[in-house]
Design a protein around this ligand. Structure first.
Ligand code: SAM
Length: 283
């Protein structure tokens, strides 16, 4: 019997440990171990790497990660009710699973893990976007993580991989794709979860580029893009008025028509615009 088979089925674990899903913690559990193994394989070989898992819950994805050979898994779970179930998993794979009861928004994983670190998580929807933005905006680049494999509501996943002209194209697409390769690796219907959420879900895989695809100062780019998409239906010459000075000249210098709207501007042009803003600041 392989070690994963000696653990009880997840439905039994949930019943034994009374893990009725709490909406306030974004709990929609994955109970199909074939599916969790599929997700665990998305980042590639994990045998010489560490995995940061946020929100392991009853441990379906955690089991998948360990069964697929992850060297070490650090699982951060806010709900103390899940700890006994996770302790059972840790016993099967001695020394390979560390569970910390904490709010992932408040914990520094580098105090517990050494790179290379892959982040794999079926994220609580209420904190997913905030965690993603933090992972995408570290103080220095490349970041400490080697890849992100994250479950989101499908609508958020579409926003991460959207291209100029797509309805979903916005800040999140620019932020993610400027320094990462991003793709949707798997789509899941509500019935894949217990209890089923109201919406479809998707797993996004992000790999950091060694350098941003186009040079720009991260803070300036972020400010310009936020301003541009804040009024996404307006022409950029008015959406970007807050930059002050001759906005039309800035846009033209960046190769963007002043009458263009943010939703049609490529990453390359946004980066050029950020460089123009930086250069003007220095002039
Ligand atoms: N990974 C499990 C699975 O796939 O079945 C559970 C996924 S469930 C969508 C999200 C999990 O994140 C829950 O177990 C929840 O308690 C936990 N969680 C919610 N907010 C959290 C936070 N701020 N920090 C750490 N864990 C959190």
């Amino acid at each position: 019997m392989s070690s994963i088979d000696s653990l009880p089925p997840l439905r039994e674990v949930i019943a034994t440990h009374e893990l009725a899903a709490k909406k306030s913690l974004g709990q929609n559990f994955l109970l199909d171990l074939n599916l969790t193994s599929r997700i665990a394989r998305i980042p590639g070989d994990l045998s010489n790497a560490s995995v940061l898992e946020v929100g392991p819950g009853p441990g379906g994805l955690t089991r998948g990660l360990l069964a697929e050979g992850a060297g070490k898994v650090l699982a951060i779970e806010k709900d103390s009710r899940c700890l006994p179930a996770l302790a059972e998993i840790a016993e099967i794979w001695p020394g390979r699973l560390e569970v910390i009861r904490a709010d992932a928004l408040k914990l520094d994983p580098l105090a517990h893990l050494e790179p290379p670190i892959h982040v794999v998580a079926n994220l609580p929807y209420n904190v997913g976007t905030e965690l993603l933005v933090r992972w995408l905006t570290p103080e220095s680049w490349p970041p400490y993580w080697s890849s992100l494999t994250l479950m989101f509501q499908q609508e958020v996943a579409e926003r991460i991989v959207a291209q100029p002209g797509d309805k979903a194209y916005g800040r999140l697409a620019v932020l993610a794709q400027w320094r990462c390769e991003a793709r949707i690796a798997l789509r899941l219907p509500p019935e894949a979860f217990t209890p089923p959420p109201k919406v479809h879900s998707a797993v996004v895989h992000l790999k950091p580029r060694p350098e941003p695809i186009y040079p720009a100062d991260p803070e300036v780019l972020s400010r310009v893009v936020a301003m541009a998409f804040n009024q996404r239906r307006k022409m950029l010459r008015s959406a970007l008025k807050g930059l002050g000075g001759d906005v039309e000249a800035l846009l033209e210098a960046a190769g963007i028509a002043p009458t263009e709207r943010a939703e049609r501007v490529s990453l390359e042009r946004f980066a050029a615009l950020a460089r123009e803003v930086t250069a003007r600041g220095k002039a």
